[in-house]
Design a protein around this ligand. Structure first.
Ligand code: 5GP
Length: 261
């Protein structure tokens, strides 16, 4: 597989072409941004951890029949993924109210929702990813009714699976963001899960202490982001228990594991 030119650079990832027109390489950067790019920094080792955690979750989702773009992890920062046409919507799934919904609607932080709540945001940095309704999506043809219905079914299964997976390792899945893309499989148009699922895109709280193990450590200046992401990776069985939490060691560990394969 030959790496070609850069096709797209986002806030946390870069997409490169390959010699196969249906496949691209997704590179995980160490850059962290928040509040629509107003807060930015680089956190050494974040990309390595997100690459591993996202690979783990998407592979597990594949096994329960959730089609997604992951083909395989290439190395510590890169994955081969299927090229899809991204639907320009961020699908937000909430199990517990925190973050933007508490400010927007005056809901008490930590309120457990009776049912998972799905919200839609238009993927547009210039507009600050505004909240939209299903009617907006249909009115402006951002996705079809069939696509939305299909995505909603997938989201509920993904949420169920992830709640259970994290509960098993003492973590509460508070909320997360998903993206989906269009692809032709065997001549048929399909919608599959795309992007990444990692502590950058989820809120994850320790089940007992409610310690934040996600990107809120950066957003809220709580510090120790790498130890928190490392903790998630260790609990999911991706990194060994005894591994040290420093970014440098995460980087070393990943390359050692890769060489062993
Ligand atoms: P909120 O709307 O409360 O800010 O975010 C809800 C959930 O979606 C959180 O888990 C948050 O990490 C995720 N999320 C929402 N928008 C984005 C985004 O643009 N980038 C990333 N990485 N995550 C997002």
């Amino acid at each position: 597989m030959k790496k070609g030119k850069k096709l797209y650079e986002g806030k946390a990832k870069i997409i490169y072409a390959t010699n196969d027109k249906n496949l691209v390489i997704q590179y995980f950067k160490d850059d962290a941004t928040a509040f629509n790019n107003q807060k930015k920094t680089t956190i050494e080792g974040k990309g390595v951890l997100n690459n591993r955690i996202s690979e783990h979750i998407l592979s597990n989702l594949s096994q329960i029949g959730i089609k997604n773009h992951l083909v395989k992890r290439l190395n510590m920062r890169e994955q081969i993924i299927k090229l899809v046409e991204i639907i320009p919507i961020e699908f937000i799934v909430r199990n517990v109210a925190t973050g933007s919904i508490t400010k927007r609607l005056g809901i008490e932080d930590g309120t457990v929702l009776k049912e998972p709540l799905i919200e839609y945001c238009l993927k547009d940095d210039k507009l600050g990813d505004p909240l939209i309704s299903e009617e907006h999506i249909l009115a402006f043809d951002w996705a079809s009714k069939t696509e939305i219905d299909e995505v909603k079914k997938m989201i509920l299964r993904i949420n169920d699976f992830m709640i259970g997976m994290f509960r098993g390792v003492g973590i509460k899945l508070i909320d997360f963001k998903l993206e989906f893309g269009r692809i032709k499989i065997d001549g048929k148009n399909e919608v599959i899960l795309a992007d990444e699922i990692s502590p950058d895109t989820c809120r994850l709280w320790d089940s007992i202490t409610e310690k934040k193990l996600d990107k809120d450590r950066f957003r809220k200046d709580l510090g120790d982001l790498i130890p928190a992401y490392t903790e998630v990776a260790k609990r999911l069985g991706i990194l060994h228990e005894q591994s040290n939490v420093s970014a440098v060691n995460v980087t070393k560990l990943s390359s050692v594991k890769r060489k062993k394969k």
